[in-house]
Write a protein that binds this ligand. Structure first.
Ligand SMILES: Cc1cc2nc3c(=O)[nH]c(=O)nc-3n(C[C@H](O)[C@H](O)[C@H](O)COP(=O)(O)OP(=O)(O)OC[C@H]3O[C@@H](n4cnc5c(N)ncnc54)[C@H](O)[C@@H]3O)c2cc1C
Length: 554
């Protein structure tokens, strides 16, 4: 098997040779490094490679080439090798908004950039190239599969498993029970395939139709609190909960984090977060979540997966959180960071096809399976825009459906520009999905333009629904919420006498404190929260400071 190619183009021989030599030293063992000084000859070589079915992982082009500037070259190279990551080599002394890298990154014409000179080489060459190569998806799929699953490709449970493993960053493979490989795996596992899915770990462990708790435990996570009581219980392991866990544990609080699914929350479903401070080239949401998880773990936070908080009550100064297995865990203070969950479309035929062509979020887990298909995304927010762009890397066509007259009110400008530039993305405004078609899988959609009575049927392999979220806080009857279920905190609780009704103290509630003293809310679950990763992280950190203040006063 040929190693994937790193293809370098620059019309300055010295620069080209130095870059090739530096890349060879670090990446030469498992990549072939090819160079070309003339952009025309480089395009011809790339065309020939495409014709031979060779895999190009990276194309690096110098912006200052006389015959064809790097960005234009990369646009043409992308047509020949759509999966290859595009890297622009730019001058380091051009810190102006007019630097071609700024616009090219903004509108998604390149995946990353390298500074020239790229010294020190570890920080300015190897790190960005390693990062972009880590995001490159080889067409052959992962060579190592930590987990192999035999079962139907489509269906709610199949989709849930795939989403969980993808978000945890675990390489896995999927096999139909009727295929030769599937039959072989079943035989090796000693299973006859009457109950599916069968999940086979690399270690040899076999699970038949496992629950989330069984899988989480097999992956080494706790699924029940080890103790009956903690200083702090954090509900939810999205950005707000993970930030609270990092700060609380690092500041010496005995901390438990409860999470029913996978760490990362909504951010974990985002394919690329570009506006989080400190990540100029962007960071995948799953990657950010897994880094935060490691950080919380290293500071000593206890994480319990596959457990949902189902109730909260006060017993004197103790706060008791009920878990989905019926047990209770005690705490001196609680941070509620349970975020929001996807709003449902509410179309019965489409709800019946969830996991079988209809997906809430989850563009990351399913994108590869959309190769060559016509897919639809519903929504007008940043999450819908990001999903459409991610899916466009694989699908034949992506149609973004939005109910409103434009995207500007709800989507960031950089995403709108990227959507406009993407050749296989279409945006249909003032359009609603009113029905779906398909038996075992989604086959088509019925669309209606706003203000019109007639409908139109379109073939569709998949529908990704991203129409915003709503808090699932029905388990939080003990605290005041607004009429949409968001948790009220601090100033928003105050009555005419400057204190919340029924509040037991003379002091007002602290900034993020709820109507139940010692219980705080952070992130998207909070009334009038900002709905950004950075603000959720900030509130998680602030909540811990307020927990300290609360505990000091107790
Ligand atoms: C696809 C997508 C792309 C996005 N892109 C960006 C972006 O580029 N930039 C940006 O700034 N923001 C982005 N956002 C918004 C950002 O992700 C959210 O604002 C952020 O994740 C909110 O964090 P949170 O911790 O408050 O809540 P969430 O992320 O919603 O996490 C809440 C967690 O709590 C858990 N939970 C829920 N109920 C319970 C319970 N009863 N018990 C225990 N745990 C529970 C959930 O499983 C979840 O893991 C994006 C959102 C989406 C969906």
């Amino acid at each position: 098997m040929n190693h994937p190619i790193l293809f370098l183009v620059d019309d300055r021989p010295k620069v080209l040779d130095a870059l090739a030599a530096d890349l060879e030293r670090r990446f030469g063992a498992d990549h072939r490094i090819l160079t070309e000084g003339d952009p025309g000859a480089a395009l011809a070589a790339l065309e020939e490679l495409a014709g031979r079915g060779e895999e190009v992982a990276l194309v690096v082009a110098g912006q200052r080439m006389a015959a064809l500037p790097g960005v234009q070259f990369l646009l043409r190279a992308h047509e020949l090798h759509p999966a290859a990551k595009r890297v622009l080599l730019v001058g380091r002394r051009e810190w102006t908004p007019t630097n071609p890298a700024v616009r090219a990154m903004t509108v998604g014409q390149i995946d990353t950039y390298l500074f020239e000179p790229w010294l020190p080489v570890g920080r300015f060459l190897y790190l960005p190239v390693t990062q972009v190569l880590a995001d490159w998806v080889p067409s052959r799929g992962p060579s190592f599969e930590g987990i192999r699953i035999v079962g139907p490709r489509w269906g709610t449970r199949s989709h849930e498993l795939r989403d969980m493993l993808t978000r945890m960053g675990i390489p896995h493979g999927w096999y139909q029970a009727t295929s030769a490989a599937g039959r072989r795996l079943l035989a090796e596992a000693g299973e006859d395939g009457t109950r599916l899915p069968v999940v086979v770990f690399h270690s040899g462990q076999v699970f038949v139709d496992p629950s989330d708790a069984e899988l989480a435990a097999a992956l080494g996570f706790g699924t029940r609190p080890a103790a009956g009581s903690y200083d702090l219980v954090i509900v939810g392991a999205g950005p707000a909960g993970l930030a609270a866990a990092v700060y609380a544990a690092s500041e010496g609080l005995d901390t438990l984090v409860l999470e029913p699914r996978v760490v990362g929350g909504q951010a974990g479903t985002s394919t690329m977060i570009r506006n989080y401070l400190g990540f100029p080239r962007g960071i995948g949401g799953g990657d950010l979540a897994n880094r935060a998880l490691e950080q919380a773990w290293l500071f000593g936070a206890n994480l319990v997966l596959a457990q949902r908080a189902t109730g909260l009550r006060a017993d004197g100064p103790r706060r008791l959180v009920r878990l989905s297995d019926g047990s209770e865990v005690g705490a001196d203070a609680v941070v509620v960071a349970s975020g929001v969950a996807w709003r449902r479309l509410g179309v019965p035929r489409l709800e019946a096809l969830v996991g079988a062509g209809v997906f809430y979020g989850a563009a990351g887990a399913e994108a590869r399976a959309m190769e060559g298909q016509d897919v639809f995304v519903v929504g007008a927010g940043n999450s819908a825009g990001q999903a459409a762009l991610h899916l466009a890397k694989h699908a034949a066509s992506v149609t973004l459906l939005a109910r409103g007259p434009d995207l500007a009110a709800s989507m960031s400008d950089y995403l709108i520009q990227e959507l406009e530039q993407a050749p296989n993305v279409a945006v249909r405004l003032r359009t609603q999905v009113v029905d779906g078609a398909g038996g075992r899988r989604l086959e088509g959609l019925r669309l209606r333009r706003r203000g019109e009575r007639s409908t139109e049927e379109v073939p569709a392999a998949a529908l990704f629904v991203m129409i915003g979220g709503e808090p699932r806080t029905d388990w939080l009857a003990a605290v005041e919420r607004d009429d949409r279920g968001y948790v009220l905190t601090g100033h928003d609780l105050l009555g005419p006498d400057g204190l919340p009704p029924g509040w037991p103290h003379r002091r007002p509630p602290l900034l993020l404190e709820t109507s139940l003293p010692g219980v705080f809310a952070a992130g998207d679950v909070r009334h009038r929260s900002v709905k950004r990763v950075a603000s959720a992280v900030g509130e998680g950190a602030v909540a811990v400071q307020l927990v300290h203040q609360y505990l000091d006063r107790q």
